[in-house]
Design a protein around this ligand. Structure first.
Ligand SMILES: [Zn+2]
Length: 387
């Protein structure tokens, strides 16, 4: 069944030729966009939806989440709000709870969060393993992730689990554990940070992933300056995420990674995480100004960013990181798609997957102008109305 959405007050396409359209219409059929243009020229379709002047944009593409877990870290959050500093070790609390949970509990928790994200306009998301940290627990985490996520990342190198030595653990994580999860995942990730994995260990993880043909990701430069960005760019990673502490040279490195038409490394900023850890916000303005490709993601996880709201992240990126609304929306849709290595997501143009959201507002500006207000009026995923 084909659908035409007409009467669109403002249509964000993320397509360089189409740009931003007013009084527009979109037609989709069999889950794909088949026509985009002026409402007056729109062809007919089986189903007709009148947007009545409201804004339509691509569904959010959330390219960084940790939604396969069990348990709760309210106490850690309260301690942090009372003045304690964030350290990577809190992850162990979630690891214990995740190992103790059944597959059904993990799946139910993921469904709850994925449904919540969908109601907020997220039509595609990546999620990571990394709270199992044994071969069996990482494999079942990947399997649970696969049941809902568009893209799954193996994050065995999240933390050295309690009772193990780092080198001993890495032999496992880059050997038998990696072998066991490879059929279930698209990418490999490493938490390159003080208290997690150092430069040489991170290199070992990335090389192991590369050998298996996986996409590469790095959690880098979150808690202070470090080698994460450099390692990511050197290895041709799909993305380096957090990037709160960047030298001018590293910003240049990220921008240059795209020069000459090369597939570069996306700089993924996680504004909700920066706020929840009370850390400095990533320099998204400087990254965009330098010509880097930026993605905005939620980093939904129970420790440092317990939100699935991409609208909140976009509002924060505008109000606090000083992106324009247009830049922030692009980073939360097309930027996420590029970070996932996908060219069918994050845009509304012929051939793209019909993942769209309609706002209860005349323009995307309202996402930042009316922060905290749930503006999602309707969501289509693969052409099907889901909200
Ligand atoms: Zn993360």
């Amino acid at each position: 069944m084909s659908t035409v959405i007409t009467g669109i007050g403002e249509l964000t396409t993320n397509d360089d030729e189409l740009g931003r359209l007013h009084d527009a219409a979109v037609v989709f059929d069999e889950g794909r966009v088949v026509w985009v243009g002026a409402a007056v020229d729109a062809p007919d379709a089986d189903e007709r939806v009148d947007a009545a002047g409201r804004a339509v944009l691509p569904g959010w593409v959330d390219s960084h989440t940790h939604m396969v877990f069990a348990g709760d870290r309210t106490a850690e959050f309260e301690a942090r709000m009372a003045g304690e500093a964030y350290a990577a070790g809190g992850i162990n609390v979630t690891v214990e709870a995740t190992r103790a949970a059944s597959d059904e509990q993990l799946r139910a928790n993921l469904d709850r969060l994925a449904d919540e994200a969908l109601r907020g306009g997220t039509t595609a998301f990546e999620t990571k393993t990394g709270y199992g940290l044994t071969v069996d627990d990482e494999v079942r985490s990947a399997r649970v992730a696969r049941s809902r996520a568009e893209s799954v990342t193996f994050l065995g190198a999240h933390l050295v689990p309690a009772g193990m030595d780092a080198d001993e653990y890495l032999v496992l994580a880059t050997g038998p554990m990696l072998d066991a999860v490879v059929p279930l995942v698209d990418a490999i990730d490493v938490f390159c940070e003080r208290g997690a994995f150092d430069e040489e260990q991170s290199r070992q993880v990335l090389r192991a992933g590369q050998t298996k043909g996986l996409g590469l990701r790095v959690h880098g430069n979150q808690l202070g300056p470090g080698p994460g960005v450099r390692l990511a760019v050197e290895h041709g990673a799909l993305s380096v995420d957090h990037v709160a502490f960047l030298e001018t040279e590293e910003i240049g490195m990220l921008a240059d990674s795209w020069s000459g038409g090369a597939r570069g490394t996306v700089a993924t900023v996680l504004p909700a995480c920066d706020l929840s850890t009370r850390m400095p916000l990533a320099p998204a303005r400087d990254l965009v100004d330098a010509g880097a490709v930026v993605a905005i993601a939620s980093n939904a996880n129970p420790g440092t960013s317990y939100t699935t709201s991409m609208a909140f992240c976009v509002a924060t990126a505008v109000l606090q990181m000083r992106l324009t609304v247009e830049e922030a929306v692009r980073a939360a849709t097309l930027g996420g798609a590029i970070a996932l290595g996908r060219d069918d997501l994050g845009r509304i143009s012929v051939g793209a997957r019909a993942d769209l959201q309609m706002l209860d507002a005349p323009s995307v500006t309202h996402l930042a102008y009316r922060p905290g207000v749930p503006l999602t009026a309707a969501v289509w995923r693969r052409g099907e109305r889901v909200v």
